[in-house]
Design a binder for this molecule. Structure first.
Ligand SMILES: *Cc1c(COP(=O)(O)O)cnc(C)c1O
Length: 372
């Protein structure tokens, strides 16, 4: 699905030197590379505060902890997402309220969120799925109307841009009160291990997140004001991310080129629906995800496997049908039609920065031959 090896070869001298510098300095934790990465990411995203942390799941958890919610408070979350989004809500004894998504963009919408608001709703976690921002302007309007916090799960869309009606463009994830991202190796900005970040323009939320990520310590060392956790980005990962952040837009362009190739080819395959573009957002293609409109999606996957082509089903099971989250559903047999449909019909093809035309052609021809 991804080719991290070839990508590494293209940046090897810089990455190796950056890692060596950390080894020489022995500042493995909180070294200057972490501060440099924080500053570079703040400037790239155009946000006032970035708080690096250990992974994307921690980022979501710390963000939610910073909001001061009470057990039982409801947090709206799409049912068609990676489990981490709902997991942290449940872990904090908040109530995940699962909503459907748009059938074309796979993203949650302002209308779907508004329909799920109750007097107990305190926050919403829109997920910028597969590489494009949700339509955030109307989502922020709903949030304002009902006084909800918005925590964006931007693990899959770092580098995308969202344009408001007045023409201003903002990086995906930097629109809600807090944005969260992951530097898991296969993410668009991937480290060579785990990593994550929280970002916000709100000074108070930034201070709270920074403290929570550091055992609830505020300014004085060994004095702890709140119960926190331990979540750090280590210096080696920050050093690698510094090299890769400088190339993030070029990486996105390579993904967009591969997606355009897929799009052109699959436009001529009527059984498939190519990924729709979200109005007002660019798409950085964390995943290239097709809908198999006609034919057996699982047999297509088997067929591709026999041809040596990896593919993935993101996501095969609606959150409310996951064993661990059944009790979060409002009633037994709860089901959301679009989520159900997508779990049965989506398939993601190889998508990374090193796809050449020859490989793309082989993948496309193979997919087409399944339908002929
Ligand atoms: C990857 C991912 C996460 C979790 O990130 P980790 O770094 O693996 O903890 C959360 N949400 C979404 C949508 C993701 O894709």
């Amino acid at each position: 699905m991804v080719d991290l090896k070839t990508q590494y070869e293209t940046i090897k001298p810089e990455v190796d030197a950056a890692i060596q510098e950390v080894l020489n300095s022995t500042a493995y934790i909180n070294g200057p590379q972490v501060r440099q990465f924080q500053a570079s990411l703040e400037s790239y995203l155009g946000v006032r505060h970035v708080i690096p942390c250990a992974n994307g799941t921690d980022a979501l958890q710390i963000a939610l902890m910073a909001l001061g919610l009470q057990p039982g408070d409801e947090v709206i979350v799409p049912a068609f997402t990676y489990v981490a989004t709902a997991e942290v809500i449940a872990l904090l004894q908040l109530r995940p309220v699962m909503v459907d998504v748009d059938p074309d963009t796979f993203n949650v919408t302002a209308d779907l969120i508004e329909q799920a608001v109750t007097p107990r709703t305190k926050a919403v976690v829109p997920v910028n799925l597969f590489g494009q921002s949700c339509d955030m302007e109307p989502i922020m309007a709903v949030a304002e109307k009902y006084s909800l916090f918005v925590v964006e799960d931007n693990a899959q869309a770092i580098g995308a841009s969202y344009t408001f009606a007045d023409g201003t463009s903002v990086k995906a994830g930097a629109i809600g009160h807090i944005g969260c991202t992951s530097f898991y190796p296969s993410k668009n900005l991937g480290a060579y291990g785990d990593g994550g970040a929280i970002y916000t323009n709100d000074e108070a939320l930034a201070t709270a997140c920074r403290s929570i990520a550091n055992h609830g310590q505020a300014s004085r060392r060994y004095y702890h004001d709140v119960i926190g956790c331990n979540s750090r980005l280590d210096s080696i990962q920050a050093a690698i991310l510094n090299v890769k952040l400088a190339r993030l837009d070029r990486f996105a362009a390579a993904r967009q080129q591969a997606a355009a190739y897929y799009d052109r080819f699959f436009a001529g395959v009527p059984q498939l629906q190519v990924p729709a573009r979200q109005a007002n957002s660019t798409h950085v293609f964390h995943q290239y995800t097709l809908i198999v409109r006609e034919g057996d999606r699982d047999r297509l996957q088997e067929f591709l496997k026999e041809k040596g082509i990896p593919s993935m089903i993101y996501y095969p099971v609606p959150l409310y049908n996951q064993e661990a989250y059944k009790s979060s559903a409002p009633y037994p047999d709860f089901s959301l039609p679009v989520t159900e449909y997508l779990c049965k019909t989506v398939i993601s093809l190889p998508m990374h920065t090193e796809l050449d035309d020859e490989t793309l052609e082989y993948i496309c021809q193979s997919v087409q031959s399944f339908f002929n």
